[in-house]
Ligand binder design. Structure first.
Ligand code: PFF
Length: 465
């Protein structure tokens, strides 16, 4: 077994880097809009149950596979069992696909940050601003290029000097910003033209109170599926990333404690993001504004900042700075996974592979940007939604590949290699793995069954929804 030269200096470095990967656009943009759409507290409740069951199992599995094999996903699965090498290849495809569009979203965030930095932010709040920006030919390319250059720079500096150092600097700042804006959100209030007063506290209650009115079995399943796919994306599991980061973790580190901390960070930031966004949108745009879905961040929030008056400019700037930090540490983890795998496979240096992966990322990001103008098309996806290039990549990676990879991994660990293989790794530093029994049960029976259903539903084989 090849010994890795790269490693995180200690537990904190690993936890912050992994949390940096997990905490991203998914927490700050996707979680709140799903929550608003799926009945507030009901979604929260379902999500929290999934975090401590599925999230815990999938994250522990990925990190333990990485640390035990000391290899990247591409090779690790072959080391686990030669016949299961193909899962490694499948896993490698996910960051390859995600890389194509994540930097484009990073570019949009960079653009908004610059707008708030250099202007009053009034233009971004105008109707049609976002659409006209992403359909422009040059500007999205330039901002995506800036974001990508930053990502390549961090990855080029390496695991300890780049990723770890950068995460240790960024993550505490990010947490402070989310807490600050969340508290500010609670203090807001607004009086409508018809005299109705809406307060941040009312918005907070809308966020946390489970709404069971008119709930049907079908409706509940929809919430469950949304929460499940959010969990994958949010924790960066089943895509080789946590296997790669796990391979940089030293043997003496308490894996159980570290994975709990990563989950705590990731879920904490998601909850705080909901607390920051939902009350603010409720106060200024009412209940209807909360139903704006994916357009919440780039279309509704600038309107909220505008409605706040003077403070809105600063809050908008802080918000897009924080979102940019979160997107950057996540994008770094996607690129690091690609670079590390390629270094292992081609036996080349980090610098050479940064050039190669950087060129791939740039080229594919250009294609995704062009997907909004020159290459625009609309495709009906098997899960019923329609989308263009970015949505197609997102669909293949998140709705198609991730459930199938989780399914295959749970069969491999649960039934072929045996959960003991993971439990031994978690206990390597001498600490008792208290949830070993629950882990074994879930990975053998529950995870494969649920992943299979998730896969069949999201690919349209079961037309349940
Ligand atoms: N976990 C990140 C988020 O919540 O935004 C997203 C992500 C990062 C997805 C890295 C995939 C990935 F490879």
């Amino acid at each position: 077994m090849a010994k890795k030269k790269n490693s995180f200096s200690g537990s904190l470095g690993f936890v912050l880097a992994a949390a940096g990967s997990a905490v991203g656009v998914g927490n700050i943009w996707r979680f709140p809009y799903l929550c608003a759409k799926d009945g507030g507290g009901l979604f929260l409740l379902v999500y929290l149950v999934l975090v401590v069951t599925f999230g815990f199992v999938l994250l522990t599995t990925d990190v333990a596979i990485g640390r035990r094999t000391k290899e990247n996903a591409l090779r690790a699965f072959g080391t686990l069992h030669p016949k299961w090498k193909f899962v490694g290849y499948l896993t490698f495809l996910v960051p390859m696909l995600i890389m194509t569009y994540y930097s484009v979203i990073g570019g949009w965030i960079t653009k908004y940050f610059f707008e708030y930095l250099t202007t009053s932010g009034r233009d971004v709040a105008e109707d049609g601003y976002f659409t006209s920006f992403i359909t422009e030919k040059n500007a999205p390319l330039i901002f995506t290029g800036i974001f990508l250059a930053l990502t390549i720079w961090v990855v080029y500096r390496g695991v300890e000097k780049g990723i770890e150092k950068f995460s240790c600097f960024i993550m505490p700042g990010l947490i402070l910003l989310v807490i600050g804006i969340a508290i500010f959100s609670l203090t807001l209030s607004y009086t409508d033209a018809d005299g109705t007063v809406r307060t941040g506290i009312q918005g907070f209650l809308v966020y946390v109170r489970p709404d069971f009115t008119g709930l049907t079995v079908k409706g509940f399943l929809e919430v469950l599926l949304d929460a499940m796919s959010q969990l994958f994306f949010s924790l960066s599991v089943s895509m080789g990333i946590m296997v790669t980061y796990g391979s940089y973790v030293k043997d003496e580190i308490d894996l159980n404690k570290a994975t709990n901390q990563i989950e705590f960070f990731d879920t904490g930031v998601a909850l705080l993001s909901g607390m920051m966004i939902i009350p603010a949108v409720f106060v200024f745009l009412g209940r209807d504004g909360m139903a704006s879905g994916p357009s919440l961040t780039f279309i509704s929030l600038p309107k909220v900042f505008q409605a706040m008056g003077g403070a809105g400019h600063i809050v908008g700037l802080a918000f897009f700075l924080m979102l940019g930090f979160a997107a950057l540490t996540s994008c770094v983890s996607v690129m690091e996974t690609l670079v590390a795998n390629c270094m292992e496979v081609f036996g080349k240096t980090r610098k050479q592979m940064c050039v190669m992966v950087g060129s791939y990322s740039l080229l594919t990001a250009v294609l995704i940007c062009l997907g909004y103008n020159v290459l625009y098309f609309e495709l009906k996806l098997p899960n019923g939604s329609t989308g263009q290039l970015l949505d197609v990549m997102d669909y293949i990676s998140n709705s198609f590949l991730m459930p199938i990879i989780s399914f295959l991994t749970s069969i491999l660990i649960g039934w072929v290699v045996g959960p003991k293989w993971i439990v031994e790794e978690v206990e390597k530093n001498g600490e008792h793995f208290s949830r070993a029994g629950m882990y074994s049960f879930l990975i053998r029976y529950i995870v494969p069954a649920v992943m299979l259903v998730l896969f069949l539903v999201s690919t349209g084989f079961i037309n349940m929804l």
